[in-house]
Design a binder for this molecule. Structure first.
Ligand SMILES: [Zn+2]
Length: 569
């Protein structure tokens, strides 16, 4: 039994994520975790909410709530939606957990011991009225480029120009509106990534099997411009992991916290500790190579915007510690999913958000479309037309129709039991041979995390069943040879539980209904297809299932199209 550690990039806490976020990390990670479990392997699948930093503080302020309360509430909301999408996390943690605070501080201290932390004095905007330093996003003013009057300290949302707070005309504090601001000296901790460059590059070069998307982004960060830069890992904020703590090897860091990009990936480890603390498990055998994690295969899933932090930032922490932590083995990254001729936008509420998606259709419809159109080699686009076609053809016409056709035919001619006697003959054996080849290919694509190819192969496996029914035509054979027709039906009916097991990583709810309809249990992965298609014995009773997948009508499509075209309110 192999052991797989799987992590999804952790979604930020401030609000509900859209379908583009879902398909870029959590959903393909779930597919892989479910597949590995189905193969009988041991899986630890960790995700969490990323709760620290300025945007959480601002969102809480806007909601009129203390930031800790806001995060606790939003974590519950995100956990509920994840459940709605059947994301099978072993643990959905929180980066604000005590475990993460402790571990983040321990890593920082260790990196200091290794000579990889230096203290740097910088000038930063200070608000006298608020009595605090203001991060870039806490400062607004008039854009020097376009004149927009609510440009942020880091960027103008109107003309997208990157800004420095000192560029703004009439800068003011977002917290109080005060214009009594001044530049003041402040001290920060920097991680000496430049000292780690050779080590990081050698490690990345050793990963010849990684997707080009992953390695090209990593290489760019290592070598572009002046090369890899040291990175500030603290911020002047209250909400986060305190940078001044008992036993800290530095002083004068009161009122500062670790930067969210330092503590967020550490939550993968801390989330596993949270799981262990809640369930009495052993987290070290997943993360410490000196405590049994040597045989673990660790795969990370993320959107391309997160690649620098996972190929450079987090590995710099792990490698820099020189302690026996488990490093990632494979980074699967995704391009962006666009929405109907533009981009999904959280700030402008454009596109379909996870909660809205579940209000209009069951999760399997979304899972199937998103995974079968995953933005792997290039950006992909969600359009309602494409969604309608894909759901109606793949799910309703191919899989749904197959199940409905064979169960209804059998019920009408033989009753609701697996027909007895006869031999399904050469055509049946040819089908078994084709399925065997296709299932081995499906496994290959799943192992390689080739999501689209796996979906296409699964669809071909469903199509093979339909074609078998079509060419064997048991309804015609029945007129002259009912026993032979029964044998054909027996083989086809046995494909239903087989398809359920193969399809469960993509569409877990439908897979469950298929097994229930056949009064079957999960017989495990079909290593031997010839045996799997004989699992339901002659005479075994079944229940003709309800329609597995409804079709999306043109009226529904048009309704949703107009409903989601505007701004989310
Ligand atoms: Zn501007």
């Amino acid at each position: 039994m192999a052991r797989h550690l799987v992590t999804s990039a952790i979604p930020y806490i401030n609000g509900i994520k859209h379908l583009g976020n879902l398909v870029g990390s959590q959903l393909p990670a779930d597919l892989f975790a479910r597949y590995q479990r189905a193969r009988g392997n041991e899986v630890m699948f960790i995700c969490a909410t990323d709760e620290h930093g300025t945007p959480a503080e601002l969102a809480a302020q806007k909601a009129g709530k203390p930031v800790a309360d806001y995060c606790a509430e939003m974590h519950e909301v995100q956990a509920r939606i994840a459940e709605g999408f059947r994301l099978s996390f072993d643990h959905f943690g929180r980066s604000s957990s005590p475990q993460n605070r402790h571990l983040t501080q321990a890593f920082a201290k260790r990196l200091h011991e290794m000579g990889l932390i230096r203290e740097v004095s910088e000038k930063q905007m200070y608000s006298n009225a608020d009595g605090r330093f203001l991060p870039d996003r806490y400062i607004e003013g008039t854009c020097p480029n376009c004149g927009y009057d609510s440009a942020r300290g880091d960027q103008c949302d109107n003309c997208t120009k990157q800004l420095d707070p000192v560029d703004l005309i009439n800068p003011r504090s977002v917290i109080s509106g005060s214009t009594d601001l001044e530049m003041r000296e402040t001290k920060h901790l920097f991680l000496c990534q430049s000292k780690m460059k050779d080590k990081l590059e050698a490690w990345i070069d050793s990963k010849s099997d990684w997707p080009v998307l992953t390695t090209s982004i990593a290489k760019k960060w290592l070598n572009d411009g002046d090369g890899l830069q040291d990175r500030g890992i603290t911020r002047d904020l209250n909400w986060g992991v305190p940078a001044q703590f008992e036993g800290a090897p530095w002083g004068g860091m009161e009122g500062k916290v670790f930067y969210v990009w330092f503590d967020a990936p550490i939550e993968y480890i801390a989330g596993t500790q949270e799981w262990a603390d809640a369930n009495g498990g052993d987290w070290e055998r997943w993360w410490r190579t000196d405590k049994g994690a040597d045989d673990v295969t660790y795969t990370q899933f993320m959107g391309k915007d997160n690649v620098p932090f996972h190929t450079i930032g987090f590995p710099a922490t792990i490698l820099g510690s020189d302690e026996p932590w488990k490093l990632v083995d494979y980074i699967k990254s995704f391009n962006y999913l666009n929405y109907d001729g533009g981009q999904f936008s959280t700030s402008r509420g454009r596109g379909v958000f996870m909660d809205q998606a579940l209000e209009i259709l069951p999760s399997d419809y979304w899972r199937w479309w998103l995974l079968s159109h995953a933005p792997e080699s290039a950006d992909a686009e969600f359009t309602w037309e494409n969604f309608q076609v894909s759901v109606n053809k793949d799910l309703a016409d191919v899989l749904g129709n197959f199940v409905s056709r064979i169960t209804k035919f059998t019920r009408s001619k033989f009753g609701e039991a697996i027909p007895e006697g006869g031999d399904w003959g050469e055509a049946g054996e040819a089908l078994i041979a084709e399925l065997t080849t296709r299932i081995r290919d499906y496994e290959k694509f799943m192992e390689a995390k080739e999501v689209r190819k796996a979906a296409a192969e699964l669809r071909a496996i469903w199509v093979a069943g339909n074609e078998y029914l079509q060419s064997s035509a048991p309804w015609t054979v029945f007129k002259t040879d009912p026993v032979q027709a029964g044998a054909i039906a027996r083989l086809a009916l046995n494909l239903v539980p087989l398809y359920a097991v193969l399809s469960a990583p993509f569409i877990p709810d439908a897979a469950k209904s298929m097994l229930e309809g056949m009064h079957a249990t999960d017989q495990g992965w079909p290593d031997d297809v010839a045996a799997a298609v004989r699992a339901l014995p002659e005479g075994h009773a079944f229940t003709t299932p309800e329609v597995l997948f409804g079709k999306i009508s043109d009226e529904q499509r048009e309704d949703w199209q107009s409903r989601f075209a505007g701004i989310r309110t």
